[in-house]
Design a protein around this ligand. Sequence first.
Ligand SMILES: CC(C)(COP(=O)(O)OP(=O)(O)OC[C@H]1O[C@@H](n2cnc3c(N)ncnc32)[C@H](O)[C@@H]1OP(=O)(O)O)[C@@H](O)C(=O)NCCC(=O)NCCS
Length: 333
Amino acid sequence: MTQLLGVALRGTGSCLPARVVPNDEFTDVLNLDTSDEWIRTRTGIRERRFAGLGETSASLGAIAARNAVESAGLTPHDIDLIVCASVTPDLMSPANANLIQAALGCRQIPSFDVLAACSGFLYALSVGSQFVRTGAAKHVLVIGTEVLTRTIDFTDRNSCILFGDGAGAVVLSGTPVLNAGVRTIRLYSDGSRQELIQVPSRVTPNPPPGPPQLQRLDYMRISGREVFRFAVTRMVELIEQAEADTRELGLSGIDVLIPHQVNQRIIDAALESSGFPKEKVVVNLDRYGNTSAASVPIALDEALRTGRCKPGDTVLLVAFGGGLTWSSALVTL
Ligand SMILES: CC(C)(COP(=O)(O)OP(=O)(O)OC[C@H]1O[C@@H](n2cnc3c(N)ncnc32)[C@H](O)[C@@H]1OP(=O)(O)O)[C@@H](O)C(=O)NCCC(=O)NCCS
């Protein structure tokens, strides 16, 4: 008989490229018809990171993963499964998870990718949690990693100012305490609205040196205004569902909300509509922009490292994006 286990969040890690790109670079270097003031007031973003030469989503993901394994007090040899979320993997095949397994020197464990755009990390967390809960794996590495800036059209001011590169990771471990760690995960999708955000083909792992330029034939396309409305509606629903879940589980409430870092105005509108307190929300989009599947695990790692959330806190993770997909996870740290 399968003995179900609790799924503890045992370690976190992240990796941001060194190159900081302030808003002014879009006007001063790329000659785009925009301004620092427009970008700040309409999105909340001040700067973001761009992957440099030799950096790819697999290489950033491997560093984040190594940091997470270290913070869990484990070694790569202890890991039983790797699940990696990315819309910008180095290759169509093998999976980024395979590349990261090799980079870390793990055993010949299963490793595979999950693709659910900006919800990808929470989808991957759901997969990893179920391996741990059933005892099929003891320690699972879950990674979200992206180099979205290699998918964008730098002549399109509607989209190119929004995104940044980076990676975040967590280690999930089985615990006999059932009422710990990952409490609930909710995943949704609506493929009938697929055209609202699309990345038509894979990124180049070897962009030419120099300033960002057109590096591919097909670029990410977004319908910003429609995605904005979808994001606010779904974020409100996910918060309200999670509040109901905490009551059902007998928890005292949500201590910290870590939303997908997409636009300060989306977050503010959802908070206003749901009545969720602003002071409980972690925001770092001003420094990193939207890093898609990496956004939630980067913010979680930062929040833990800076003491913004602490062991014992109940944290709500919320994400939404291409697919369309939307998702949440309620985790007791
Ligand atoms: C993209 C986004 C920032 C645009 O903000 P907005 O307030 O909705 O702006 P609108 O799309 O209504 O555009 C308003 C005007 O600003 C202009 N504009 C757009 N980007 C601009 C920029 N970077 N600089 C200056 N002006 C800009 C538009 O051209 C438009 O001008 P017009 O009225 O003359 O046509 C916002 O909709 C958003 O964040 N959407 C979600 C982003 C997304 O899809 N993320 C990926 C999935 S998670």
